[in-house]
Design a protein around this ligand. Structure first.
Ligand code: SAM
Length: 289
């Protein structure tokens, strides 16, 4: 079969016919909202700046709507799908030589081994319309495991996209925004209305691109302490940073923390929302002096 002729799942009728033909019932629990809009699929590919030399990891291919485009535009695609009952559909919808599908839970997958086996040291672009019930664990796994990843281009809930990309000082900026901004430069690419999915979810979505830094943009002496300070600073939103951090990190001396902040020129009554990753780096580094 000519793969080009098969690139058609974004057409709503084709997707509906496939689901009907295989009597496939979409699982709410697995976050199965499938895309049925060609311009959104193309927009994801454009946001990821895919070219013929690219190695792609896709999480959750569903029936393969995005996967078809990825296989047509990139060198190699590896897709991880938890739902093995989609395998029979993939045999019809995804006849590509440059595709490998692994039926497994992404969160339980040994990614270092997979990268070694499948990508042979090449930098990888991760692309996904993510299952929303595990958006953050998936992104954190990809960032924390320090894999050779060039970028993550992912569709997430609109509110989540805004939080992940918001700068310090904004109302929705939180610990997760700071942690992501330590690993990557995030940007919101475009908003996606709920109507482009089957079934239609309750909320709109957005595509974000996170370009992973080769080296973190700030110098951090002890990453665990740095992340603990971030978590602590946002742990108790209505408290000042001294109370919040000392309430969260066991064993931290409240007096030392107050003194460190004052020495560095911060008002100890400042709230975590106002601090960026360079502030958290300076504070955590000085706690070790
Ligand atoms: N990529 C398809 C699309 O855009 O139409 C489907 C996206 S759908 C939002 C999310 C997909 O992730 C589903 O196919 C679901 O079965 C799969 N999925 C859910 N949990 C997963 C997990 N832990 N590991 C791998 N895939 C998962």
């Amino acid at each position: 079969m000519n793969p080009q002729q098969n690139n058609n799942l974004h057409i709503p009728k084709i997707t509906k016919d496939i689901l009907k033909k295989y009597n496939f019932s979409l699982s709410k629990g697995l976050g199965q909202n499938f895309l049925i809009d060609g311009s959104v699929v193309e927009g994801i590919c454009l946001s990821a700046e895919i070219n013929q030399d690219d190695y792609i990891l896709e999480i959750g291919p569903g029936i393969g709507t995005l996967t078809q485009q990825l296989c047509s535009q990139a060198k190699k695609v590896v897709a991880i799908e938890i739902d093995r009952s989609l395998e029979i559909i993939h045999r019809e919808t995804l006849p590509y030589d440059n595709l490998k599908i692994i039926y497994a839970d992404f969160l339980k997958t040994d990614l270092h081994r997979l990268f070694e086996d499948e990508f042979d040291g090449h930098k990888v672009k991760v692309i996904a319309n993510l299952p929303y019930y595990i958006t953050t664990p998936i992104i954190m796994k990809l960032l924390e495991e320090k894999l050779p990843v060039a970028s993550l281009t992912v569709m997430v809930q609109k509110e989540v996209a805004e939080r992940f990309t918001s700068p310090p000082g904004s109302k929705i900026y939180g610990a997760i925004s700071a942690v992501i901004q330590y690993y990557a430069k995030p940007s919101l690419s475009f908003i996606v209305p709920a109507e482009v999915f089957i079934p239609v979810p309750k909320v709109d979505s957005a595509v974000i691109v996170m370009k992973i830094y080769d080296e973190p943009p700030v110098y951090v002496k002890d990453e665990k302490l740095f992340f603990d300070v971030i978590k602590g600073a946002f742990g108790q939103r209505r408290k000042t940073i001294v109370n919040s951090i000392s309430g969260t990190i066991p064993g931290i001396d409240k007096g030392l923390l107050k003194e460190t902040l004052e020495k560095l020129g911060y008002d100890p009554s400042i709230r975590g929302e106002r601090l960026g990753i360079s502030d958290f780096a300076v504070i955590s580094n000085h706690l070790l002096d």
